[in-house]
Design a protein around this ligand. Structure first.
Ligand code: UFG
Length: 338
């Protein structure tokens, strides 16, 4: 069961699971996705997987769904994820992200599903002290910078508490750094509704002429070129880790409950490094200008991935250039076919 299976990370995971022979069932409410994504999935895999469109905050619907289907594992992607919007509409974020998780756990408990992979975020580390960089899974959890970040912290706590009273249930919490890029075919990718919040879709939309100019939010940070540092991980590398996590759960190989893993590359890059690499690999000149800082942005964070590499036997394979190339391929495909 893949919630948010028509979203960015969800759709790429669905494709990979299908290609590995898993039977996948998508649930999505289309709040930040579209049924067109099914076409991309079909172009890649030759099939449209079963899907249901409903809202996971509606407990009756969730229970009805569980009563008709049974699953080896749930991957729970579905959530709101715009940091700025969450500051403006905190209740929307708490209601959506927490109620949907609670309903899924309740449904799993009542209808016997035992394994969960949960989409968490490096946002739980807040702005780490320099001495804590790169962050390990044991780095301190800092007070959340936004209601969105808080929903990820609270969700991790809800799952942990749930497991204490239901030890037959196992979970893996995956803390994503910054996922970018698209499927190598270019048939699916990141498809934000409206104006993108995230860097790479804003870059590709600017390059293709949908946006006039990219604003670089601040060049006065304490970093080599003054722009913030993030750990950009290719979407397909991120997906690979989900497959390993699902298999680890279903084979009963977890060593703790829940297990927590950082999913990043271990390499921090500045915004200007991303822009320059994009210009180089795509041979596009990007129209950008430096503006003031964006509220709520942290200065720098990147992952220590040694635990995930060792325990999961997983490593990132794609480079930043690979990710920017596939993101650009997808943007061109989408604008031609939209
Ligand atoms: N940036 C720009 N211009 C833009 C967009 C982004 O300069 O138009 C910069 C940001 O200031 C930041 C970097 O690009 O320095 C990355 O920004 P993103 O919005 O792509 O990503 P964030 O690191 O802010 O947020 C991402 C996810 C969140 C998650 C967070 C955890 O979108 O869901 O990582 O750090 F919580």
């Amino acid at each position: 069961m893949v919630t948010g299976g028509l979203g960015y990370i969800g759709s790429h995971t669905v494709v990979e699971l299908m290609q590995k022979g898993y039977q996948v069932h998508i649930i999505d409410n289309l709040s930040n996705s579209s049924l067109d994504v099914l076409e991309g999935i079909q172009r890649i895999t030759g099939e449209i997987p079963p899907y249901d469109i409903f809202d996971l905050t509606e407990k009756d619907k969730v229970f009805q769904f569980f009563s008709k289907n049974s699953f080896d594992a749930i991957i729970h992607f579905a959530a709101f994820k715009a940091v700025g919007e969450s500051v403006e509409k905190p209740l929307l974020y708490y209601r959506n992200n927490l109620n949907s998780l609670i309903n899924i756990l309740d449904g799993a408990l009542n209808f016997g599903t035992k394994n969960l992979v949960f989409s968490s975020s490096c946002t739980v580390y807040g702005q780490p002290d320099d001495k804590d960089l790169p962050v390990t899974e044991n780095s301190p959890i800092m007070p959340a910078n936004s209601p969105y970040g808080n929903t990820k912290q609270i969700s991790e706590e809800i799952i942990t508490d749930f497991i204490k009273s239901n030890p037959q249930f196992s979970a893996i919490l995956l803390r994503y750094f910054n996922p970018i890029g698209a499927h190598p075919t270019g048939f699916i990718g990141e498809l934000p509704r409206g104006v993108p919040n995230n860097l790479v879709p804003f870059i590709t939309q600017t390059a293709i002429g949908l946006r006039q100019e990219l604003s670089v939010f601040g060049d006065d940070y304490n970093t080599p070129d003054g722009t913030p540092i993030r750990d950009y991980i290719d979407i397909m590398d991120l997906v690979d880790a989900h497959i390993v996590a699902v298999e680890r759960l279903t084979k009963g190989q977890t060593k703790k409950n829940p297990e927590v893993f950082n999913l990043g590359t271990g390499r921090g890059l500045t915004v200007l490094e991303v822009i320059k690499t994009f210009e180089k690999v795509t041979e596009q000149k990007l129209n950008y200008k430096i503006v003031g800082r964006r509220e709520g942005d942290i200065e720098k964070v990147w992952a220590d991935t040694s635990f995930a590499n060792k325990e999961l036997g997983w490593k990132t394979k794609r480079t930043l250039a690979d990710s920017l190339e596939t993101a650009w391929k997808w943007e061109q495909y989408y604008q031609k076919n939209a």
